[in-house]
Design a binder for this molecule. Sequence first.
Ligand code: PGA
Length: 250
Amino acid sequence: MKKLMAANWKMFKTWEEARQTARELVVAVGSSLPGDREVLLIPPFTALRGVVEMLAGEDGYFLGGQNFYPEVQGAFTGEISPDQLLDAGCTYALVGHSERRHVLGEKDDFLARKVVFGLEKGLKIILCIGEKIEERKEGRIQEVLTRQLEMGLEKTDKDVPAMDLVVAYEPVWAIGTGETAELEDISHAHGFIRSRLKEMLSQGDQVRILYGGSVKPDNCQSIIGLDNVDGVLVGGASLKADSFSQIVLA
Ligand code: PGA
């Protein structure tokens, strides 16, 4: 199973800035990208085309969208469709990132529609899950993860190919705060997610599970070495080619 090293650029970077970072990253990683790693860049929509040009001919690099709307086309002002993401060069798309859930109010049943629709359209889907700080303090981590997984995958065929689906565990309190979960907590959460995926999906033992939340060059290696951690989803530390290349090669 290849480790997926994903960079979520959120609402940062112009077209030229995104191209430059992508170009610098490819140069910094050079030919040393190990064969068991994949790099995924998830820039803002306006930079997708520009970034894909920078990745042309580079083995192991992929492009992803941060979001999409679960319809083919239509009167959905401000939204983007899976076909439009595919047309721009995307292979992957995020669904249910904590900022979509908690800032933009997206609910589990809507996310379930996105997962199944995106898969049907041919995108590989990264379903993001994770507990809020108060849920953690109340000892409800497993309850929250179970709900987000069960509801998020409710409409998805249990025989979905493992390579089409990725789950990202991102504790909400660790995103953009500099506070990373303890290795033991990451291990527990990923082991729990793995056991649920095995129960829910026929290929649940092979679905990649990423960790996200203040991943940095200095903590990446120990996180990526844990059982059931099949990659990372990185925000802040992915904005500069220098730090993200260290993460990719950790
Ligand atoms: P962060 O963001 O690395 O800045 O904590 C992670 C994410 O939002 O996916």
